[in-house]
Design a protein around this ligand. Structure first.
Ligand code: ATP
Ligand code: ZN
Length: 287
């Protein structure tokens, strides 16, 4: 019997490549012979990996040449292919923004009316303009969009931004966000039971890795008379683990803290009398 394999498409090189390979590795799926290959397999999981340009990934997944893929939401929505988002992956974060020359005024999307807009995302920009009842001339260019106003090719741009420094260096200012984006796992719409079982197995691992990244393991020493107060500051998965220390009157307390509340809790714990606080990264978290 031939064993079912899940075929995943990831970016061949570029901004999503390393994080995609790292995510698979954190899921226990190490890829061999990655360099300069079109595809590879994993020894650890029934997975075949295709390396492609990110622009082609939605189509490959829609057509079922690949079963799943990792791609930016920006590319997925631009291509408008029939695929389903299975999971947001938390990396490759950026936004598609409108930027205009720094010395110009912006008074809402209406100011784009009649302008020449350079972008690599014509469909997303068209939709944005239509939603705002503006008509503009779209110049589709595939790279270095930010130089278009400087060389007289366009009046404004709609480009991907993360820090904004590229825009700034080109004398532009960001005035409007069209789309917030991050890398997502997408799937083909026609899956059989075996494929679905494999996807769920992979998804279980991805979710454990994501959850672990959002949390830290905290160990601390507490005087027993302060234990109740300290425990009340620690949520933990169920409740914190408390172990007696060799020195009488002291306990060791172990718990899990989430990133969003981390620093506030640590300060409160210190103020409540906790000592020797250790914070350790978590590799996987299964709840
Ligand atoms: P390819 O050769 O695969 O077509 P590319 O040049 O189109 O590559 P990259 O620049 O590697 O693409 O970006 C891939 C994806 O990374 C983008 O589509 C987007 O989802 C994400 N990304 C995150 N931050 C940024 C950013 N500051 N600028 C551009 N893309 C970003
Ligand atoms: Zn691309």
């Amino acid at each position: 019997m031939v064993q079912t394999k899940l075929r995943i498409a990831i970016q061949k090189s570029g901004r999503l490549y390393e994080d995609s390979v790292k995510l698979l590795s954190e899921c226990g799926i190490d890829l061999r012979n990655v360099k300069d290959r079109l595809k590879t397999e994993s020894d650890d999981f029934p997975l075949e990996v295709f390396f492609l340009r990110d622009d082609d990934i939605p189509q490959y997944v829609e057509d079922g040449v690949a079963d799943i893929g990792i791609v930016g939401e920006n590319v997925m929505y631009e291509k408008g292919r029939k695929v389903t988002v299975v999971e947001k992956l938390g990396f490759g974060k950026c936004r598609l923004s409108v930027a205009i020359p720094r010395n110009q005024q912006y008074e809402g999307a209406q100011s784009l009316h009649g302008k020449r807009i350079a972008t690599s995302y014509p469909n997303l920009v068209k939709k944005f303009l239509a939603d705002n009842n503006a008509v503009a001339e779209i110049h589709e260019i595939s790279g270095s969009v930010e130089i278009a106003p400087g060389i007289g090719l366009a009046d404004v741009v709609a480009d991907l931004v993360s820090s904004g420094s590229t825009l700034f260096m080109n004398g532009l200012k960001e005035v409007e966000t069209i789309l917030q984006s991050q890398a997502v796992l997408i799937k083909n719409d026609k899956f059989n039971g075996e494929q679905l079982a494999l996807l769920n197995k992979l998804l279980f691992r991805i979710q454990a890795v994501k959850k672990a990244k959002r949390n830290k393991y905290v160990l601390l020493n507490a005087p027993n008379d302060k234990l109740n107060e300290i425990i009340s500051l620690l949520p933990g998965m169920k409740s914190p683990t408390v172990l007696p220390l060799a020195e009488s009157g002291w306990s060791s307390v172990h718990s899990v803290l989430s990133e969003d509340e981390f620093w506030e809790r640590i300060e409160a714990l210190k103020n409540a009398g906790a000592q020797g606080i250790l914070v350790v990264p978590i590799q996987k978290m299964i709840v």
